[in-house]
Design a protein around this ligand. Structure first.
Ligand code: ADP
Ligand code: MG
Length: 375
């Protein structure tokens, strides 16, 4: 049995996104869009109305499947998606008070993610699209996270900086008025969510680690146990969290079990502080160096309460507009996939009936594909 390193997906050579689609495009006609997400350990289906309002967003988490292993087991994730996907889609339809026949398009996560997990969602979406003669659009999971910033706040302005911070990604983007998206920097090693998950494992906390550290840290003092802040150069827009992880490991090695237990909350608070301070710091370096007035922070780690508090305070101080999606749109969900897919269709991206999964899809590859227009 082996576990996923979220940054190291198996490389399977596939046709690039831009080449897999037919060249013909049809004009966008407003319609309800079904979104399907199955890239990692959440099976999710959501429906957006013709005007883009979220009618339903059903998420079935696999936490209980993976908890005993302390990480996502790819084979188990794929099997769990298989057992759940039809029920999740049905319940998204029921909650939206629609039937399959009311749908006008389907958006599905194409990558990056776990190959087996992606296959389940993509093949389900393909079958449904074929059976109902609906257009099918492939969505980059990162683009989905970015789109989540506009789900709750459709008037969020451009240009803006978007920090995607999740279990697999710590990426800073600039999104311009024309929808063009530029990658400014990313992590050199672990993603912030990965640092949370691995840190939690070392502290003996439950899976998933991010929420567990978040909860425990509320009872601790972030200044009691200080961890090094991984600042690269002052103006750098890159991140590095592997040193922090090592620092926690060495600190724990120097403590016996009773000291670990006594200081657990302070350790969690100090460790969390070292992650979130760097995230806030780098995000605002990007805001200032780009001269933009708006910052969106999205992805699973954006659910962190300390990160949200620090970002909110700093944005107020700097007079910057901040978008922090509601919790339901932070961690993996299909509403963000439906929204990103809908935007692709609006911007004229041709649908494709013969999509392939793209497990190792890179942010840069995708961002060149089609500029998105958020509204
Ligand atoms: P993926 O990385 O597959 O895109 P998500 O976007 O759902 O997945 O993000 C999952 C990551 O978010 C995990 O690493 C998890 O620990 C982290 N996370 C979730 N909630 C919190 C939280 N409250 N504090 C810190 N990290 C969190
Ligand atoms: Mg995600």
């Amino acid at each position: 049995m082996f576990f996923t390193s979220r940054l190291c997906y198996v490389y399977i050579p596939m046709t690039p996104l831009s080449e897999s689609s037919p060249k013909t495009t049809s004009p966008w006609t407003p319609c309800p869009v079904l979104g399907i997400e199955s890239s990692c350990d959440e099976t999710s289906a959501a429906i957006l109305s013709s005007d883009g309002t979220v009618l339903s967003n059903v998420v079935s988490s696999q936490d209980s499947v993976h908890r005993q292993y302390g990480g996502v087991v790819p084979e188990l994730a794929a099997r769990a998606h298989l057992g759940t996907i039809d029920r999740v889609v049905q319940s998204a339809l029921t909650q939206a008070q629609l039937t399959r026949q009311d749908l006008g398009a389907i958006a599905v996560t194409q990558g990056p993610g776990l190959a087996g997990a992606l296959l389940v969602g993509l093949n389900y979406a393909k079958g449904l699209a074929f059976g109902l003669s609906l257009p099918l659009i492939g969505v980059n999971h990162l683009e989905g996270h970015i789109a989540s910033a506009w789900l709750a706040d459709p008037s969020f302005p451009f240009p803006c900086i978007v920090l995607v911070v999740s279990g697999g990604h710590t990426h800073l983007f600039r999104r311009d008025t024309d929808g063009r998206t530029q990658l400014l920097g990313c992590t050199r090693d672990d993603a912030a969510g990965e640092a949370f998950d691995k840190g939690a494992q070392m502290l003996g906390l439950d899976y998933p680690g991010g929420p567990a550290i978040d909860r425990l840290a509320r009872q601790g003092n972030p200044k009691a146990v200080r961890f090094p802040l991984s600042r690269l150069q002052k103006s750098s827009l890159e991140f590095s969290f592997s040193g922090l992880k090592t620092s926690l490991l060495y600190r724990l090695r120097g403590m016996d079990q009773s000291a670990r237990t006594a200081q657990a909350a302070d350790l969690a608070a100090g460790y969390q502080e070292a992650i979130v301070r760097v995230l806030v710091d780098r995000a605002f370096v990007a805001v200032k160096s780009s001269g933009v007035q708006a910052l969106a922070v999205v992805g699973g780690v954006s659910a962190n309460s300390r990160l949200r508090a620090l970002l909110t305070a700093r944005a107020r101080e700097e007079g910057i507009r901040l978008a922090l999606p509601p919790m339901a749109y932070c961690t993996d969900n299909a509403a963000m996939i439906a929204s990103a897919g809908r935007q692709l269709l609006i911007s004229g991206q041709p649908p494709s009936a013969d999509l392939e999964i793209l497990p190792s899809l890179r942010a840069e590859t995708y961002m060149d594909r089609a500029p998105l227009h958020a509204r």
